[in-house]
Ligand binder design. Structure first.
Ligand SMILES: [Zn+2]
Length: 308
């Protein structure tokens, strides 16, 4: 199997690596990157753009999150192993040959079949302040409606971690999900790519301003709402809706006890609904909603102006 990789280069400038299809059932990245590969002309750019539309190609071909060849999660396989199974070999090639020659990496994700997201960029609370500043600035200039700043509890094997450990700039996204794309999420992906290329001066500036992004976080307490029973999840809010503490955001209806009252799901914090389950039929312990609240990114630096 040949992994499609497109590299477009002209003159001097930074190198940006775009990857889609890290999980094979997430589609904004693969579609936007295929289009980019066909539309971007070498004479338009200063620097290099490397495009991998289908990172876990066997998973993309199968339409599954994980590889059908070895059952592995690409985003738990970095930095890879040249002697390993197919997913580990792809990770190794991408890390050594593509990440290492890049300055910036953007890995496109969406919610997959199980979760749906309000479109956002995702970045991590890095200890290196300079690296964090550059990453926040890149997220701001991508222009997704929300930028989620996360502390990753289980980051081993992620492309994110592998890139961040090199000191390079890394961003990922969560754009929609549910196994489909929408005009809105695709537009955010396609505009974000070009906004980012302008930010790094690979594409020339234009007159349009980048849409405002809202920096948010998902608190450990109250950020994640888990199904306490199996059943049918009645969703009462749209993604992006504001919620207040104590507000009923959904109800789970039992499948086995027809007379049982529905179990109310209440938000434990004030915030915004950024993620919900992609299916109405939820199992016990499934994450059924994620609530984010605003994050003052100036806190990371101790002043209010650094990221402008
Ligand atoms: Zn993903």
């Amino acid at each position: 199997m040949l992994l499609p990789v497109i590299a477009i280069r002209n003159g001097d400038g930074p190198t940006v690596l775009f990857t889609g299809g890290n999980h094979g059932d997430e589609y904004e990245g693969p579609i936007a990157l295929r289009k980019l590969a066909n539309e971007l002309k070498a004479e338009d750019i200063q620097g290099q753009v490397i495009i991998v539309p289908y990172l876990n190609y066997p998973a993309v071909l199968a339409g599954t999150r994980l590889s059908p060849v070895d059952g592995l999660n690409m985003n738990r396989s970095f930095p890879g192993n040249p002697e390993g199974s197919m997913t580990q070999e792809i990770a190794d090639f991408v890390f050594r040959e593509l990440v290492m020659r890049s300055d910036v990496v953007l890995d496109f994700h969406s919610g997959g079949n199980s979760m749906i997201f309000e479109p956002c960029t995702v970045l991590h609370q890095l200890e290196d302040t300079e690296q964090l500043k550059k990453t926040l600035l890149a997220a701001k200039n991508f222009g997704a409606p929300i930028s989620l700043v996360l502390r990753e509890l289980d980051s081993k094997g992620m492309l994110d971690t592998a890139v961040e450990n090199t000191g390079k700039i890394f961003l990922s996204t969560e754009l929609g999900g549910g196994g489909f794309v929408s005009p809105r999420t695709l537009k955010i992906a396609e505009n974000g790519i070009r906004n980012l290329l302008r930010h790094f001066e690979i594409l020339p500036p234009n007159e349009e301003s980048v849409p405002e992004t809202r920096f948010m976080q998902t608190p450990d307490f109250g950020g994640y709402l888990i199904a306490q029973q199996e059943g049918l999840n009645e969703t009462l809010l749209e993604l992006g809706d504001s919620v207040s503490e104590g507000q009923v955001i959904g109800r789970i209806h039992s499948l086995t006890d027809i007379e049982a009252p529905a179990l109310e799901i209440k938000s434990q914090i004030d915030g915004v609904l950024v993620t919900r389950a992609g299916r109405a039929h939820v199992k016990i312990w499934d994450t059924i909603a994620v609530i984010a609240n605003d994050l003052d990114v100036a806190d990371f630096e101790g002043n209010t102006t650094f990221y402008y």
